[in-house]
Design a protein around this ligand. Structure first.
Ligand SMILES: Cc1cc2nc3c(=O)[nH]c(=O)nc-3n(C[C@H](O)[C@H](O)[C@H](O)COP(=O)(O)OP(=O)(O)OC[C@H]3O[C@@H](n4cnc5c(N)ncnc54)[C@H](O)[C@@H]3O)c2cc1C
Length: 389
């Protein structure tokens, strides 16, 4: 088996690295820039001009016709450098529209996503429906050429910066739960939509509660058929879980932790983090896990490039990559001693509080896009053929 990259792929990786270095300030932290969405947008427009925002889409919809492997290399290098990629429009809604949208919807939305003109958010979860998503209660009732939506979504990431939302609603309350759901696209400035931010323990407000009060959406904005929205969303979730970024997010933190661990402490005692055996063990373990996680992620992209549909393979990659992020942050914060608990911005925080931030931020990684327990269920049933519990 030959795991080596081709010369062309190596060349493309170098190209991506230089692009990021030139256009995204070195060492910039995504979280700081999320506070400045206009900066992210400006960078995404540059990516669009380079043809990289939606590079694996068909050319007729604004894509570059590139391979999934190139797309993965781009995503991996961007995440290593903590630089933005395409966001939800490019990663989730767009691919679902390519598969399930009608021609008019594709022509309307895909080129705008490819040009970074529109930002999307995802309205799936509700206060009582997360893992058991098909139990969702937000209602859409047909009224002439429109549907009228009432209900509430929660954990809507980035809704405060989004122009559009893709949302799951119940259109047939009497049907079995998976068969009464329809999938709509709505402008966020539609009358009747309101947001309430949710503040996390990192002090950021990355997601929201989203309320719908008599919101009218044209029937033409439905993706796929009425009451068949569940099957569209299942594919969107497969796309969401496929990304190499889950693993790649751990890498820059690990690299800086490793460099910090080798350096003498700033108090002038000459002590280093790596002088303790258990810390060396943790660093070695994480290096192994990062390599394993990369190969799991590469397998998903390779399957996509062969026109295979990764399902439990995406769950394996998502599960391992997100739990790796948590282990990396947990070991790191312990290795830094009591000071590791200091937050970014607090004086004397080792590594600028980066490990403390990562420790708090990665708690959510094993919940977002389906919890670890749900991924294990998918691997057990669809991957191993074990019975449902
Ligand atoms: C950072 C982040 C971003 C998010 N962004 C979005 C977004 O943009 N849009 C959106 O719609 N949603 C979003 N979510 C919501 C996310 O999809 C849900 O939180 C997730 O699906 C879990 O649902 P829940 O929170 O309702 O937990 P629950 O489903 O109530 O689960 C509670 C616990 O029970 C366990 N559990 C539940 N069912 C089973 C089972 N069958 N077997 C074993 N264990 C089980 C779970 O694993 C979990 O530990 C986001 C979440 C996070 C953390």
């Amino acid at each position: 088996m030959d795991f080596a990259w081709s010369g062309e792929q190596d060349g493309f990786r170098e190209q991506v690295r230089s692009f990021i270095q030139e256009h995204w300030s070195e060492g910039a932290r995504m979280r700081e820039d999320l506070e400045r969405p206009e900066r992210v947008k400006e960078y995404q427009k540059r990516l669009a001009d380079a043809g990289w925002l939606t590079m694996a889409w068909p050319e007729e919809y604004g894509g570059g016709g590139a391979s999934y492997i190139e797309q993965m290399i781009f995503a991996e290098e961007s995440t290593f450098a903590q630089a933005p990629t395409g966001g939800q429009g490019a990663d989730r809604l767009g691919p679902a529209l390519i598969l399930f949208g009608n021609e008019e919807q594709r022509r309307e939305h895909l080129p705008k996503i490819a040009q970074a003109e529109t930002n999307w958010c995802q309205g799936y979860s509700e206060p009582g429906s997360g893992s058991d998503l098909a139990s969702l209660q937000t209602r859409a009732v047909r009224d002439g050429d429109d549907y009228v939506i009432n209900g509430q979504k929660i954990w809507t990431s980035g809704a405060q910066h989004a122009d559009w939302i893709h949302v799951l609603t119940r259109t047939d309350p009497d049907a079995p739960k998976h068969r009464g759901i329809s999938y709509f696209m709505l402008r966020m400035d539609t009358p009747g939509i309101s947001l309430r931010p949710i503040v996390q323990m990192t002090d950021e407000a990355g997601f929201n509660e989203t309320f719908f009060e008599d919101v009218r959406v044209p029937a033409a904005n439905m993706i796929g058929e009425e009451n068949r929205g569940w099957y569209v969303s299942a594919t969107t979730l497969d796309f969401e879980r496929s990304g190499i970024n889950r693993m790649a997010e751990a890498v820059p933190i690990y690299d800086r932790l490793l460099a910090h661990s080798k350096a003498a402490d700033s108090a002038g005692t000459g002590r280093r983090v790596i002088d303790t055996a258990i810390n060396r063990q943790h660093l070695a373990d994480t290096a192994i896990e990062i390599n394993v996680a990369r190969l799991l992620g590469y397998r998903v992209s390779w399957m996509q490039s062969m026109d295979l549909v990764p399902n439990h393979e995406s769950s394996i990659s998502k599960l391992f990559g997100t739990e790796l992020q948590q282990r990396n942050a947990r070991h790191g914060i312990n290795m830094l001693g009591l000071g590791g608990q200091l937050r970014p911005g607090q004086s004397q925080a080792p590594m600028g509080g980066e490990l403390c931030y990562a420790y708090m931020a990665t708690v959510s990684r094993t919940i977002a896009a389906g919890t670890s327990e749900i991924q294990r269920n998918i691997i057990a049933t669809r991957g191993l053929g074990l019975p449902r519990g």
